[in-house]
Design a protein around this ligand. Sequence first.
Ligand SMILES: Cc1ncc(COP(=O)(O)O)c(C=O)c1O
Length: 409
Amino acid sequence: MDKGGITTDALSLRKDFPIYKNHPDLVYLDNSATSLTPQIVLDRMNDYYTNYNANINRGVYHMSFKATDEYEKAREKVAKFINSKDNEVIFTKSTTDSLNKVCYMYKKFLKPNDQVIVTELEHHSSVLPWQVASKELNLELTYIPLDRDGRITVENFKKVITERAKVLAITYVSNVMGYVTPLEEIIKIAHDNNMIVIVDAAQAIPHIKVDVRKLDCDFLAFSGHKMLGPTGIGILYGKEKILKSLQPVDFGGDMNEEVNLYDVEIKPIPHCFEAGTPAIAEAIGLGAAIDYLEMLNYEKILDHEKKLHKYALDKLSKIENVVIYNPTADIGVISFNIENLHPHDASSLFDERMICVRAGHHCAQLITKWLKCTGTIRASFYIYNTYEDVDKFVDAVRDTVDFFKKFEV
Ligand SMILES: Cc1ncc(COP(=O)(O)O)c(C=O)c1O
């Protein structure tokens, strides 16, 4: 079935994703958890392991030079991709790692009663480090009230800022609701109030063009595995001036110039933040994922997702007993429940048809509590999904509803 050419494109893209060769019936709708991996990413990582498998910055031989060169080229690609300088890009393990590191490194600038502002839309990795730091340092942790739909608004942000406000830790795109935060305006207000802004871009980077200069954020974090890259690699972007003022979390090999008995001279940014052997193959794989995404074009990606999203919403909303929590999502994510059925049970039933969705609280319990439920079923679309995927998914939802109706008294 071809609805406006998109399905055909998605089907042809599937040739780039070897998992579809092994599982032709796969209906993969758990893209917000992790995306599938194209052949180009596997090939580039394989190339490293089979042709120049050496550590970086250490060996004085040509394979090590080549590995170092490819690793640094990947950094340059990331920098260009998010419009930063090369030395503002730090390789980490993940978004979680990046956000924890920022909190750990930055909190030394804070004092008791300073205000840290967060939201109930945050993933645990964005809010928990600050919750712990607030207890430890006696900071005031403030939540921006969400509007009726569960969105972060500029107006509500303005309402909670005090003269003690120092940090805003905020999501760019919610992993449960699929809302895009009006960040540019919010960041401007935060800066007018002398705050620093830490952006969780884990769910933004697969769907929209992220430009750190335009946003003017101070820190930004994302993961390779949500944007067609490998697991085990994440990015922490930081403004050069701020990064230079921070003390690294990890000390060890390769982050220092000179080590003496009682002091150490550390390398300049970003290398001082990358102690030990990094995820070399994964960084190179992330570079390949960026090449692939750039070839696709973000406008097309979002357009495709939105078409699938609308198609799915139209069908799902006609099924009795289905409660949809985010009908106005800005990206291709639907969070819903089937009345009187635990999301895990629904997900297990879908699995019998090779349909993969996420079920539960999505590591964002604050928003599921705000929604007054223990969890949701989340279907999230990406470039390789088709209208047929949506049809199979909606059929599974309908059949599940019908099956459980039989037991109603
Ligand atoms: C919005 C958001 N932030 C952070 C994370 C954490 O990412 P990772 O598990 O790659 O560290 C996720 C993962 O689901 C997410 O959706």
